[in-house]
Ligand binder design. Structure first.
Ligand SMILES: [Zn+2]
Length: 267
């Protein structure tokens, strides 16, 4: 089955991973800007990273027939440095017209600090000013519930169509609030910790498949870039229809991305 991985950090993956994903049916992916596993020293380092996301990775993906899209921001972890963040925010507009850019992301919170919140709000102002969709990272583990509440409160300050916002890394205790508020929700599949494919299918069964996407995260840490095919297998094992599976892994991300002017699917 053809599928889209809406959240995968390919800068951390090998070219062999691209080949494997293509063989498993991945036709498109989107890569939010995130932490690189280390704190970067200057805004120029982010300029190089944005070039990597908008020039290098699309070419690497195209060698395997995969379309690569990207989101730009300074991530919540490095947003603790407000001065650096503001320099990076100034860089972003010049990249928004690159042909694979879908919007601003993944912004959000890491430790739910005041500085993270300040930079979150400044990213939202940038998104509204440039008519961009927004992809949002919610904190992991103990900070997730509180951080998700803070994010939903901050989002209410901005005049932006709620369907243009995807709140990612939802779990059982946060998914309901995100969907009820009218946003898209993303479930990130991890092989062991956090949300497993089995828990994700439980949530699809409980909450339905509207405005719900699944992704692998596939980053520099322990993660599995082929986690979306694992979910397909789990849904089949439980007897879900091919139409429902396709909606979750292909049609939904396509619908969400289609609100971005740079998005079109070749196949
Ligand atoms: Zn991410």
């Amino acid at each position: 089955m053809n599928y889209i991985d809406p959240h995968i950090h390919m800068v951390s993956r090998t070219t062999d991973d691209y080949e494997t994903l293509a063989k498993m049916g991945c036709v498109a992916m989107s890569e939010p800007a995130f932490w690189a596993g280390f704190d970067r020293g200057s805004a120029e380092s982010f300029r190089d990273y944005f070039n990597q996301l908008t020039d290098v990775e699309p070419k690497r993906a195209a060698q395997y027939g995969i379309q690569h899209f990207a989101w730009l921001c300074i991530n919540a972890k490095e947003a603790e440095n407000v001065e650096l963040s503001r320099e990076v925010l100034k860089l972003i507009p010049e990249f928004l017209d690159r042909p694979n850019v879908l919007g601003i992301g993944e912004i959000g919170l890491n430790k739910n600090t005041r500085n993270e919140a300040i930079i979150f709000q400044e990213h939202m102002e940038l998104a509204v000013a440039h008519d961009q969709s927004v992809l949002i990272h919610t904190p992991h583990l103990a900070d997730k519930y509180q951080g998700t509440r803070m994010i939903l409160d901050m989002l209410a300050d901005h005049s932006i169509d709620r369907h243009r916002i995807l709140v990612d890394h939802v779990e059982e205790h946060t998914i309901g609030a995100v969907l009820d508020a009218g946003y898209w929700a993303g479930m990130t599949l991890y092989p062991v910790t956090k949300c497993t494919p089995s828990r994700a299918v439980d949530m699809i069964e409980k909450f339905g498949a509207e405005r719900l996407c699944v992704n692998s995260a596939g980053d520099w840490g322990p993660s599995k870039p082929t986690a979306v095919p694992d979910l397909i297998l789990e849904m089949r094992r439980r007897g879900h229809s091919e139409a429902l599976i396709q909606k979750v892994v292909h049609d939904n991300p396509k619908e969400y991305f289609s609100q971005s002017k740079n998005f079109s699917l070749d196949r």
